[in-house]
Design a protein around this ligand. Structure first.
Ligand code: HEM
Length: 239
């Protein structure tokens, strides 16, 4: 399995770079249309959105196929989402606004759709920064909780996308339907796991272990060789 993954990884890594190669070629040959900055904005924004959706697809796919190796692909796609979103933001700050921070602040305050872009970007940034294994260890249980914010980022991106569109709403609607289906899937899995846990551990019945007096364990095998003898265990355990 690892060998198969190692062979495919460079392929998927290169595939994710193709949109950028296409954009750079169009830049070189002056093929970006009448408003190249806006074209860059739109193409980079669109690709970060597509990659975000692909990232979201990995968990349901992993649940259905039971293939744990898919987590590596989720990481790859997630980091590429961050990469394209960062380029999208750099184009806005640098090429569009010329790094004029006062104008940028005014633009952000006045354009509500950008608030949602900023919200989404900050979440994606936090998820990217906490991707390395060392961060997973450091955050422990909180890592999973933090990474669930990807759904909030996705919702914010849909609003960001929808709000600045002037005409055709079909595409954001399509993304919204997909996001809703993915959320429904997660909800169904969560509900199923909850039911299963309930079946395994009945919460209404208490198991009471009363007085295990003078339990003497006469170990004949491993115990004797180590000279272990346990006596007088007075236990009153409730679970
Ligand atoms: C600081 C954060 C962000 C800023 C300032 C920002 C800015 C913008 C601006 C100004 C536009 C309008 C482009 C135009 O039509 O001229 C836009 C569109 C868009 N942005 Fe962002 N954005 C941000 C974050 C994001 C993120 C995180 C994503 C996706 C993951 C994203 C995806 C998009 C998409 C899909 C469009 C629409 C492109 C189209 O019309 O097809 N943006 N953004």
């Amino acid at each position: 399995m690892l060998l198969r993954f190692l062979k495919l990884y460079p392929l998927y890594f290169s595939l994710c770079l193709l949109p950028l190669v296409g954009i750079v070629i169009d830049m070189i040959f002056d093929n970006l249309g009448a408003d190249p900055v806006q074209a860059l904005h739109i193409r980079l924004g669109d690709w970060s959105l597509r990659l975000l959706w692909l990232t979201l697809f990995i968990t349901p796919l992993q649940k259905i196929t039971q293939w744990r190796g898919m987590a590596q692909y989720r990481k790859l796609l997630g980091l590429y989402t961050f990469f394209y979103a960062s380029l999208h933001v750099i184009v806005y700050l640098w090429l569009d606004q010329g790094l004029a921070w006062a104008a940028i602040t005014t633009d952000i305050i006045e354009s509500s759709y950008i608030w949602f872009g900023v919200t989404a970007y900050l979440i994606i940034l936090a998820l990217a920064v906490t991707t390395p294994k060392a961060m997973v260890k450091l955050l422990g249980k909180n890592w999973k909780k933090l990474h669930r914010y990807i759904y909030i980022a996705s919702g914010a991106v849909i609003i960001h996308y929808y709000w600045q569109l002037k005409g055709n709403m079909a595409e954001p609607l399509f993304y919204l339907i997909i996001l809703s289906l993915l959320l429904l899937f997660r909800l169904a899995v969560w509900f199923k796991n909850r039911q299963f846990t309930k079946m395994m551990i009945p919460t209404t019945r208490k198991i009471r272990v009363v007085k295990a007096d003078a339990v003497r364990v006469d170990q004949t095998l491993a115990g004797r060789s180590k000279g272990i003898v346990i006596e007088e265990i007075d236990s009153d355990i409730e679970t």
